[in-house]
Design a protein around this ligand. Structure first.
Ligand SMILES: Cc1[nH+]cc(COP(=O)(O)O)c(CN[C@@H](CCC(=O)O)C(=O)O)c1O
Length: 305
């Protein structure tokens, strides 16, 4: 990604893509205290627009607050920065990555006195778990790694340091021939994917783990709750066991990158018909109607760039 042309917003300025560098003694590179977001802009029927920009920026600031980092910009400035990088890079649809990190004034566990920096980059990024997966569903493995306990890492912060857990789970799944990992919490209940929230369908009801299982409070997860309400589908947020996933009729992952990706197998156990289920398909198409600006009820979720 580092050898592209284009512009990156960095500490309030637009810099050339290849010059957007930081010092190797930057505190976050050593200790992982940093926060980030994953945001998508879509080429909607009314032009390029960022999906739920305000909610993503609010979560970025909440993540920073949880990690005791004071971002030296306002939410409005970070919103404008995201619109600017989409325009400057002439992207009609893209993935945006805001990141906030701690500078290189000094090392040592305490970052007190170090400068806080922010950047926003944007690039084209298609189906996170593959086009085929979006239709046919993907193959998932229950990870041998456990999702964070809610008081070991701060699971409501989208924190850089939280992702070594996700990386290990994802690498193990890929090395074992699967497409993605599903993590259980410290009590053995289903938490979430390495980079996604999970939903299962049984008897026409949609279930998703409640946030006590350490999953990130996903913005796409929240979008699905609205979609299910519109479709008259009951949603229950509760503790879910791995065998409830095995005997579900349908299952799917959600995320900004993953969007709505059906799960066809968990640990080589076929889920339902072993491909995208009918309720998953309805939710998936309602999602794409919304992000592409075809559902006027959610026009306020789309910020034109
Ligand atoms: C751990 C985790 N859980 C749930 C989600 C879904 O949250 P939301 O995007 O607000 O619906 C994400 C987003 N994962 C981001 C990072 C992916 C990456 O590989 O990096 C994303 O989807 O952008 C997670 O990283």
């Amino acid at each position: 990604l580092d050898d592209r042309d284009g512009k990156i917003w960095m500490d309030g300025e637009l810099v050339d893509w290849r010059d957007a560098k930081i010092h190797v003694l930057s505190h976050t590179l050593h200790y992982g205290c940093g926060v980030f977001e994953g945001v998508r802009a879509y080429n909607t029927v009314n032009g390029t627009a960022i999906f739920r920009l305000a909610e993503h920026t609010e979560r970025l600031f909440n993540s920073a607050k949880i990690l005791r980092m004071k971002i030296p910009f306002s939410q409005e400035q970070v919103n404008e920065a995201q619109k600017q990088v989409v325009r400057e890079n002439k992207l009609d649809s893209c993935y945006l990555r805001p990141l906030v990190w701690i500078g290189s004034e000094k090392l040592g566990v305490s970052p007190k006195g170090n400068k806080i920096h922010a950047m926003v980059a944007a690039w084209a990024w298609g189906a996170y778990l593959g086009d085929e997966g979006m239709k046919r569903g993907i193959r998932v493995k229950t990870s041998s790694y456990t999702r964070h306990h809610v008081n070991i890492t701060m699971t409501q912060a989208k924190a850089v340091s939280n992702y070594s857990n996700s990386i290990l789970a994802n690498m193990e799944a890929l090395d074992d021939g699967y497409d993605e990992a599903l993590l259980l919490d410290a009590s053995g209940f289903v938490s979430e994917g390495a980079g996604e929230n999970i939903f299962v369908v049984k008897g026409g009801v949609v279930y998703t783990p409640d946030l006590s299982a350490g999953a990130l409070n996903g913005i796409t997860r929240n979008t699905i709750l609205h979609i299910c309400k519109d479709l008259g589908i009951e949603v229950v947020q509760k503790r879910i066991t791995r065998d409830e996933v095995y005997i579900a009729e349908e299952a799917f992952f959600t995320g900004t990158a993953a969007e709505v990706t059906p799960i066809r197998e968990l640990d080589r156990v076929e889920i339902g018909i072993g491909s995208r289920g009918p309720i998953t398909e309805k939710i998936q198409s309602a999602f794409f109607d919304i992000v592409n600006g075809r559902n006027p009820k959610y026009a306020h979720w789309l910020t034109k760039v």
